[in-house]
Design a protein. Structure first.
Length: 161
């Protein structure tokens, strides 16, 4: 899952992850609230709660996009399978990565807000916000036994003293 994060950035050593946490999310819109709660608690434990506002906004957008655009028509049909949406938080000394896995292999498609006919639209700007509030984002297909993709956002953290 971490290989695409190396593109255009200083090397990330997966063995150097100082903290990692994951949360399975239900296929319901109240999962966004659960994701925010999980993120707040995790960042607080890692003593980087001062980044909560930006990280929480990005997590909310990534989870909302997964729920809105990546779930099958009837996500309750396969209750025995792995959770359809999963939030991963990974911290290195100077980086935090938020990654959301979903079952769709379709590319996330950012919409340019200036190309919109309706400047007041309440949806369609999620990836624009992710790009604006994070230090980088991307996606890649999941390989192996699982199907789908991971959409991630990277945040640079101040150097520890």
């Amino acid at each position: 899952m971490l290989e695409p994060l190396r593109q255009g950035l200083p090397p990330i050593d997966p063995s150097a992850v100082s903290n990692a946490a994951t949360c399975a999310l239900p296929a319901r819109y109240d999962a966004v609230r659960e994701a925010r709660r999980f993120t707040r608690g995790t960042l607080g434990q890692w003593d980087i709660g001062d980044r909560f506002d930006d990280v929480c906004l990005v997590v909310s957008e990534l989870v909302t996009n997964a729920l809105r655009h990546a779930l099958p028509a009837d996500p309750t049909r396969c209750p025995d399978q792995d959770p359809l949406v999963r939030l991963h938080l990974m911290r290195w000394s100077e980086r935090l990565v938020c990654a959301v896995r979903d079952p769709s292999r379709h590319s996330p498609a950012p919409r340019d807000p200036e190309d919109s006919d309706d400047c007041d639209a309440e949806s369609g700007r999620g990836l624009f916000l992710v790009e604006s509030f994070s230090d980088g984002w991307g996606w890649h297909p999941v390989t192996g036994a699982l199907d789908g993709k991971v959409v991630w956002a990277l945040f640079r953290l101040p150097a520890e003293r």
